[in-house]
Design a protein around this ligand. Structure first.
Ligand code: SAM
Length: 269
């Protein structure tokens, strides 16, 4: 692995993925869903693998105090550049920190946050467990953890829509797929990540889809009412059966104010 594996992908992600209808829908839907779980500003928010701060910058504009932790100097440079266009008050509320999320608690001096975000990162890791454990340690009692991951249950959709029928058949039992940025991406399930949350002392609170129609259709940005698409996607992301078909899912967990005592069967009271 190169030192900064994301240096080569930063342009494609920041200028490519986010400059599409799908990218706009992703930011809007995740933001609206997050607002259902975050306390009112100012809250301390840690965005792990926060990249160019697309998801946390809107939270800073609302008055939240943001720490973006990311191992990629190239992605953090993009975040710094985007921050440069913000008013001084917003800039002061965002701190950029370079390092891997698996060491988030150490790198933030064991500080605990009202909310921890980790969106679009687990899919690039061979094993989600060490990362989720570190993220759980960073959540303050009563705080929330927001994960966005690739949905293992819908891996056959994309190859089928591209008429790659043999790949689609294999995808039903696959655990990964070639990602849109070229790198192989590993998939998770809501149940699997909910189990990791429980291991870390959190309970799953809600789960959503993120995008559905914008993933299946090539929607031109210049002739589309992105607001209208986003409202449809937001609705679909919250109800069955639509959310189950989303290619990524958004899972929110919460740490109890008082940690439950472990029961003899291993469950928490
Ligand atoms: C697809 S981008 C997502 C960026 C941001 N979370 C967003 O939603 O816009 C993936 C990010 O994960 C970061 N990343 C990769 N491995 C990581 C790790 N071990 N710990 C923390 N971040 C990591 C990359 O540097 C990159 O910025």
């Amino acid at each position: 692995m190169p030192d900064d594996a994301w240096a080569a992908l930063a342009d494609a992600f920041v200028d490519g993925a986010y400059a599409t209808v799908k990218g706009r829908v992703r930011t809007y839907v995740l933001h609206q869903q997050l607002l259902r779980h975050l306390p009112t500003a100012p809250a301390a928010v840690l965005d792990v693998g926060g990249g160019a701060a697309h998801q946390s910058l809107p939270l800073a504009r609302l008055g939240h105090e943001i720490t973006v932790l990311d191992p990629s100097a190239a992605m953090l440079a993009r975040a710094r550049h985007r921050l440069g266009a913000e008013p001084e008050a917003v800039r002061r509320r965002v701190r950029l920190l370079e390092g891997p999320g698996e060491q988030a608690d150490v790198l933030t001096d064991a500080r605990q946050f009202d909310a921890v975000l980790c969106h679009g990162v687990l899919m690039y890791l061979p094993d989600p467990a060490p990362m989720v454990a570190a993220l759980c340690r960073c959540v303050a009692p009563g705080g929330s953890l927001s994960l966005m991951a690739l949905n293992r249950r819908t891996l056959a959709v994309r190859p089928a829509l591209e008429r790659r029928w043999s790949d689609a058949l294999t995808a039903f039992d696959a655990g990964s797929e070639p990602g849109v940025l070229g790198a192989e991406t590993r998939a998770d399930t809501v149940e699997g990540l909910s189990g990791l949350l429980r291991d870390g002392g959190l309970e799953a609170e809600a789960w959503y889809g993120v995008w559905l129609f914008a993933d299946w259709m090539d929607i031109p940005l210049d002739t589309t009412d992105v607001g209208a698409v986003s409202e449809v996607e937001l609705r679909a992301a919250s109800c069955d059966p639509y959310r189950q078909l989303s290619r990524v899912f958004h899972l929110v967990g919460r740490k109890p104010v008082r940690p439950g005592r472990p029961r003899p069967d291993g469950a928490r009271s």
